[in-house]
Write a protein of this length. Structure first.
Length: 161
């Protein structure tokens, strides 16, 4: 398991009755059930999957965090162009936050179109530009409180290595 996950779970996520867990075939947010904390599940032990799912958690409001997968729709691989454009609209902010997390850990970032079954995806350049623009705006105006807590924790971890 990635070392920074233990630190993040202890120092940030536990205060939100949430934990980050890897090793799954598909990412999924499992809302809290009673005493059991919410679980942000990421794919296998892929760092980028963990950071991406954390970004979605940072975007979701209190009501959405009470719903499995935040109550959002998700069309799997092989989306139509219309579905892909909807995907791009909802992914700008999470991917901009994810890029801040990647910078904090000093790991490469690239936008994800998450649609490998459709080799002819329209709008990737526009999507990439929108993510960059939102990333810059977050850098100027600041991240949300939860995203900033995570970014700060990741930076501290990187400096300690």
């Amino acid at each position: 398991m990635l070392d920074w996950i233990h630190i993040l779970n202890d120092r940030v996520l536990s205060a939100h009755h949430t934990r980050l867990a890897g090793g799954f075939d598909e990412p999924f947010y499992k809302a809290s059930r009673g005493a059991a904390p919410a679980e942000i599940r990421f794919t296998h032990d892929f760092e980028r999957s963990a950071l991406h799912e954390l970004a979605h958690w940072c975007v979701a409001g209190a009501e959405r965090r009470q719903l499995d997968d935040y109550g959002y729709w998700y069309a799997p691989d092989g989306r139509t162009n219309t579905q892909q454009q909807l995907f791009f609209q909802v992914e700008v902010v999470p991917q901009a936050i994810e890029k801040h997390f990647c910078v904090a850990l000093d790991i490469p970032f690239a936008v994800s179109v998450d649609n490998l079954g459709n080799s002819a995806v329209d709008g990737v350049a526009d999507f990439s530009a929108a993510v960059e623009k939102r990333f810059a705006r977050f850098a100027q105006d600041g991240l949300t409180r939860r995203a900033e807590q995570i970014r700060h924790c990741l930076q501290a971890y990187r400096r300690s290595c």
